[in-house]
Design a protein around this ligand. Structure first.
Ligand SMILES: Nc1ncnc2c1ncn2[C@@H]1O[C@H](COP(=O)(O)OP(=O)(O)OP(=O)(O)O)[C@@H](O)[C@H]1O
Length: 220
């Protein structure tokens, strides 16, 4: 479904990752690990750009900074996950005066991410964890088979992070996530990709990756 073969990922002339061979197959849950600045977001963004071109409507994104509109409500931000799937007139109607069917659908998703009863709250008034849950709600509401998530549960506590990541895994058949939590990675990953010094130095089934190999990713 996604094939990067020997690609260089760079910002202008600044190369972040060289000679990237990366494949994503249906049903995989791939977790990217590496030190801050190693290039996880760079690889995720390249993967998203490719997938969204190939199969628009089938890929949802939780970006690192959430990508919410702070002045709008939780309902509006969640609803916006499917903006491109309706006509402009239908969207306008729902953004001003939401239809009961859309309210109910969004309410169900909000319940799934622990935001029950918060649909009318402006995002600007939420905690960091609640904002992140709103970004997850928007991705779930968008739907599709593939989720790309850049540290999608980093702002919630350990126990809730484990629940939310499972909620995502139940919704999306294929996931490509950057995480910084090894326990969460062990819980969810079918494959682990480790990035160090501009290279993908680990790319193996999760069960075959030792804790020592993961530790080594974080040492200079
Ligand atoms: N828009 C950009 N323009 C130029 N350089 C960038 C840009 N975005 C990221 N970089 C650089 O690319 C490198 C990789 O950044 P990236 O955000 O992919 O790392 P990361 O592993 O996701 O980090 P973190 O865990 O802190 O989010 C870093 O050196 C960063 O400074």
């Amino acid at each position: 479904m996604l094939h990067l073969d020997g690609e260089t990922l760079a910002y202008g002339k600044t190369v972040v990752l060289s000679d990237v061979d990366f494949h994503l197959r249906p049903g995989e849950r791939v977790v990217l690990l590496g030190r801050s600045g190693s290039g996880k977001s760079t690889l995720l963004n390249a993967a998203y750009a490719r997938l969204v071109t190939q199969m628009p409507g089938n890929v949802a994104l939780v970006p690192q900074e959430n990508g919410l509109v702070p002045q709008l409500s939780v309902f509006h931000n969640t609803y916006m996950g499917r903006l491109d799937q309706h006509s402009a007139a239908y969207n306008l109607l729902n953004l001003i005066w939401p239809l009961a069917s859309q309210r109910n659908r969004v309410d169900q998703v909000l319940q799934d991410v622990g935001l029950a009863g918060m649909a009318r709250k402006p995002v600007v008034s939420l905690s960091g964890g609640q904002k992140q849950r709103t970004a997850l709600a928007r991705a779930i509401h968008r739907g599709g088979h593939i989720l790309i998530g850049d540290e999608p549960v980093s702002a919630v506590d350990e126990r809730h992070a484990a629940q939310l990541i499972q909620t995502l895994a139940d919704r999306f058949e294929t996931m490509l996530l950057a995480l910084h939590d090894i326990a969460l990675t062990r819980q969810i990953a079918t494959r682990i990709v480790g990035i160090k010094n501009g290279r993908l130095i680990i790319d193996r089934p999760a069960a075959e990756v030792s804790d020592d190999a993961l530790d080594a990713l974080y040492h200079r």
